[in-house]
Design a protein around this ligand. Structure first.
Ligand code: M6R
Length: 607
């Protein structure tokens, strides 16, 4: 995810900005840049690491004590020198850096081009520089206000102009932004660790606020211009804690980032009427109408996301869809052919087996769609269509937020294909669309119940074996819950369809054995309860994941982890969160290395 820096003070800005960008490197990025205001504004930027930018700045120094900086994680436009931030208006008098996505980018760009504007990059950010310059009438804050009133999306924007030296103006719409208060100097950053070694006093900019920064501090206003009083936050974290946003582990931070990830992945892609506008997905309506079959191929957690996706495609489109392990598919002589769509899912876009299955699909004439988190990854480069998941870099080896974004991506794809070939059940589709928009708030409410999950984790932490059961989509997330638990807690666990238990595994259920049951599928509820009864009869310890308003479950379960009610087709999205938290807390109790579990790599590039 992009990182932002800003500085106003008595010192040279460039070293402060570069140092801050280095400290934001953990967020992941593919290019970096800074702009410094002296007698004019000068920009240095480059694809690649901050080290390259430092070399560039040493070769061609920047003089000035006001500046902004950025590390970019590509969304609109490939990683390149040209697409790196900062971006300027054509006169060079205004520069901007920006984190997030401008949803109505194409409309704004078309309007500006029609008015004679020319652009040098492929980014959505550059249009913001043009909009601010166009709106400027002697007051930078006013110009920024008028510019952002035209831009929809979730973002943070920082602007500087030669016309008002000694000042930076920034706006927060969802993407984080903090002000660091020094002695006669002020910092802006997307995250506290960037400047924690320089100050421990911060103002947190909230959603929908504009901040005017100078060397004496900062004035915060609502976007409408009403002054806001904000208390200073004094931060005691050490630098390692600060990188993790105050969480003990990256995994926990990433679990908690999921509401924002859903917002980002949906941003600009799903209209209220259900039409899904997916940048980089190029197939036309005729292709979607004539589609013979959908294949999903992936490994590990990405495969588990595909299990949910295949059911979503089946229910929304009523067309043949299957999910295949990539390491199996590549050797199975699959019946993939022209007229098929193969969706290869991979967080990294570099998993060797997934690439091999994807290449095989292309050789056989299928159209290849990459659902990946990494812009410019091998999978993305080789695919006909790409849907980027926008989860931001995932640092914990155990995947959580990338899985979440993969789920959302597949709902979007199903709606996009359904818009062309007709949706099997338009009422279901509109419930899903409504539910997707409501998801960030729903996920937030699950996070608030973490203490209950941590309590349940105490029992699992003592177990040698744990079973996860569910039916249909509940089985799909049971598989992911079980994998998470194995990966980081090293407790043996197995997931199976609830109906399969009685065909053998019941032999292993004895007094006190924990069985995690997922119950988000109303139509299958009673059948799953039968499996619960079989477990209870043998003394098993039932931990259930169920909706808030499910008043039957308390009769059967020893512990109930609640999630907000949603349409059943979206049940897995909220339902997986307690399972992720459960795995995390079990691993924590057992004292494991959560972010770097044994025997696992973040990207498996070997066969
Ligand atoms: O980068 P990918 O999504 O292709 O990775 C696939 C698997 O290796 C990955 O999901 C793995 O299962 C993770 N450890 C999950 O937490």
């Amino acid at each position: 995810m992009c990182g932002i820096m800003g500085y106003v003070g008595p010192n040279q800005a460039a070293p402060v900005l570069l140092d801050g960008l280095r400290r934001l490197e953990y967020r992941g990025y593919d290019s970096a840049g800074i702009a410094v205001l002296g007698s004019t504004i000068e920009v240095r930027k480059a694809e690649g690491k901050v080290g390259r930018l430092i070399d560039l700045t040493e070769a061609s120094p920047l003089d000035g004590s006001v500046g902004i900086g950025h590390t970019r994680w590509a969304t609109h436009g490939a990683p390149s020198d040209l697409n790196a931030h900062p971006h300027s208006d054509p006169s060079g008098a205004f520069v901007v850096v920006h984190n997030g996505i401008i949803e109505n980018f194409y409309d704004l760009r078309d309007r500006l081009i029609a008015d004679g504007h020319e652009f040098v990059s492929e980014t959505d950010t550059e249009i913001l520089a043009h909009l601010v310059a166009e709106a400027y009438d002697g007051d930078l804050a006013g110009a920024v206000r008028r510019a952002v009133s035209q831009a929809e999306g979730a973002y943070a924007l920082v602007v500087m102009t030669v016309h008002e030296p000694g000042k930076i103006v920034a706006v927060r719409r969802i993407s984080p932004l903090v002000v660091g208060l020094g002695d006669g100097e002020t910092f802006l950053a997307s995250d506290i660790p960037a400047v924690l070694h320089r100050t421990r006093d911060f103002l947190i900019v909230e959603d929908g606020e504009l901040v005017i920064v100078d060397s004496e501090g900062a004035t915060i206003e609502t976007i409408e211009g009403v002054t806001v009083e904000r208390d200073r936050l004094h931060v005691d974290w050490d630098s390692e804690m600060a990188e993790k946003g105050g969480y003990d582990h990256f995994m926990l931070k990433e679990i908690h980032e999921q509401p924002a990830v859903v917002t980002e992945t949906l941003a600009g892609r799903l209209e209220e009427d259900g039409s899904a506008w997916l940048d980089n997905v190029h197939f036309d309506d005729a292709f979607a109408r004539n589609l013979r079959r959908i294949w999903i191929t992936a490994c590990g957690t990405a495969y588990n996301a595909g299990m949910v996706g295949s059911e979503v495609f089946r229910r929304l489109l009523r067309m043949p869809t299957s999910v295949e392990y990539a390491h199996e598919m590549r050797y199975a002589d699959p019946l993939v052919a022209e007229g098929d769509l193969v969706i290869a899912i991979s967080q990294s876009g570099e998993t060797a087996d997934t690439l091999a299955a994807a290449r095989l699909a292309k050789e056989r004439g299928a159209r290849l769609l990459a659902l990946t988190n990494v812009v410019g990854s091998t999978l993305a480069r080789e695919a006909d269509d790409i849907l980027y998941t926008r989860a931001g870099p995932e640092i914990s080896v155990a995947s959580t937020k990338a899985y979440m974004a993969m789920l959302i991506g597949q709902y979007l794809l199903a709606l996009r294909i359904g818009a062309a070939r007709g949706l099997a059940d338009p009422d279901l589709a509109s419930r899903v669309i409504h539910g997707l928009h409501a998801l960030p708030a729903a996920l937030e409410s699950v996070m608030h119940r973490e203490a209950e999950v941590a309590e349940a984790a105490k029992r699992i932490a003592e177990a040698d074996d744990v079973y996860f059961i569910g039916r249909g989509l509940d089985y799909a997330i049971a598989v992911e819950g079980s994998l998470k638990l194995k990966e980081i807690s090293y407790v043996h666990s197995e997931a199976m369809p609830a109906g399969e238990l009685k065909h053998g595994t019941l032999a292993l259920i004895t007094e006190g054995i924990p069985v995690v049951v997922v119950l988000t599928q109303e139509a299958l509820y009673d059948k799953t309860v039968s499996a619960i009864q079989e477990v209870k009869a043998r003394g098993g310890d039932i931990i259930a994941v169920a909706y808030d308003d499910d008043d039957r479950i308390a009769r059967f379960a020893d512990t109930v982890l609640r999630i907000p009610r949603s349409d059943d087709l979206l049940g897995p999205v909220s339902g997986v969160v307690p399972l992720q938290l459960l795995a995390y807390h079990v691993a924590k109790i057992r004292g494991n290395d959560i972010d770097q579990p044994r025997n696992l790599a973040k990207s498996v590039t070997v066969e």
